[in-house]
Design a protein. Sequence first.
Length: 552
Amino acid sequence: MNNTKVIKVKKLLLKKNFEEIIMLIENTFSDVEKTAEILNILGVSKLQKKNSNDFDLLSAIENFRDCYLKEKNTNQGIEGLLNFIVSSNKAKQYEDSIRYFKEIELTMRYIPKLYHLIVNIYKRLNDIESAIYYLKIIMKNEGIKKDTLQAYIYLNSYINKWSQKDFFENTIKLEEILPQYNVGETKDVKNKKIKLAFLSSDLKSKHSVVGFLKTIIKNVNKEKFEIILFSNAKINKEDETSADLKTYFDQWINIEKLNDIEAIDIIRKKNINIMVDLMGLSSTNRLSLFKNRLAPIQIEWLGYNNTTGLSQMDYLIADLNLIKKDEVKLYSEEILFLPNIWNCHSGLGISRKESPPPLVKNKYITFGSFNNANKISDEVVDVWSKILKSTNNSRLILKSSRNFYDKKLKEKFNKNKVLNLITFIDRKKNFQEHIDEYKKIDLALDTFPYNGVTTSFEAIWMGVPLLTLKGFNPISRAGESINKNLNMNYLIADNKNEYVQKAIELSKNFEKVIEIRKNLFDKALESNLFNVKKFSKEFYENLEKIYLNHSP
């Protein structure tokens, strides 16, 4: 081994001269001299150099692979494997990451970073149960920490193994984990107007929260309310949607770079009366701020449709379709029941044109789901497969609301011998193209236990009815609330067998499908789903009522 060359590589690395490193290693190092350490440096340099491209990514992946294979059980080899997994994830190559991880799992000690990475890989593979399994191992080895516990709770929303009691008992552990700071008490200030503030990391284009939040911020009574937005998004991630939303707020304050105490201080100085969290356990949330109380009244709404577990979160906004009155003990918050529906969409910003259902031309029914693929649980696969096998020449169109790896999902449908009846559509970057895909669907199939929300509102806007299944908590009852507010009770199934039977019935009765679609298209915009004026009035009346009850 020529130590002079190795020393030179390390000096160039300190100077971040990545192009020189690549030239030096590839032109002067023999295969023998390319140790695990050198291979790791070579791969990193290809990713860090200026104008790094897809070819560099694929080449770096092979360098990291060789690094790991040369020294599997050394720290250098593990570092190469970590880089391999991160890079392969970017390239949407997952199988070898799983295979190599399984080798390490059997032969080596617990490696924290490796286990956290593999959880993300399983999420990408739509293998939620494996992700949950390894989150348990992480918590066993590292103790119960905030981010891990939140992920563990959130992922259990996708599979049908927990009751609401399980969600409640796991979520209340968050209050014990989140930090308590010595920041004193909040002031209960009587302002000229009610100061209503929202906290979100997600107010940018294509995020589902935007369409619902717009409903109330565009219809606020400015004589009674001052509205403020505290953004936890990176400033460079803000876009034209963020710019548009800013015009509706009296103030827009970014707190992303502030630590908890700094954020608490700047928010409290605004003397907020009501603070609404739009994230819950999802996104890059700041629940620790709410534990230390930002305002006299704190409310959970929209982003995470379940309890936060915090006694400091005073209210959770819901409706009587999402939470039954005898279930309120399973939520840490007091339930603020809106009279009809828990949210309302501001509309898609495109004209609606009634079009004939595809079955008229196709002579068979086309089902569809555009939900996040993680919501397509094994139960959902089995039920949808039964529908396809029990209907005459039916089809299913699937398009995930996020980029997803469909190989595992295809394998599941193939095992049920229905893959040839399913069309997988790539996620569309253009919103109009995405919306136009609904024109290919006769009937939308809701996922369970994690129901669709934004995709359901989109389908209904486009005149596509939704078949949904009754659930046991807000996450699994969203479809039920949506259909009840449309007077589409026929499309709410009591159980999985009825869900299958209703789909079969509709596949045989084209006239009924046409009638349902006609009724839906005519009445959707008048319904509580899109009646923004009515919803906003009810929303603000309820906030004003709880404010007056808390008023100093």
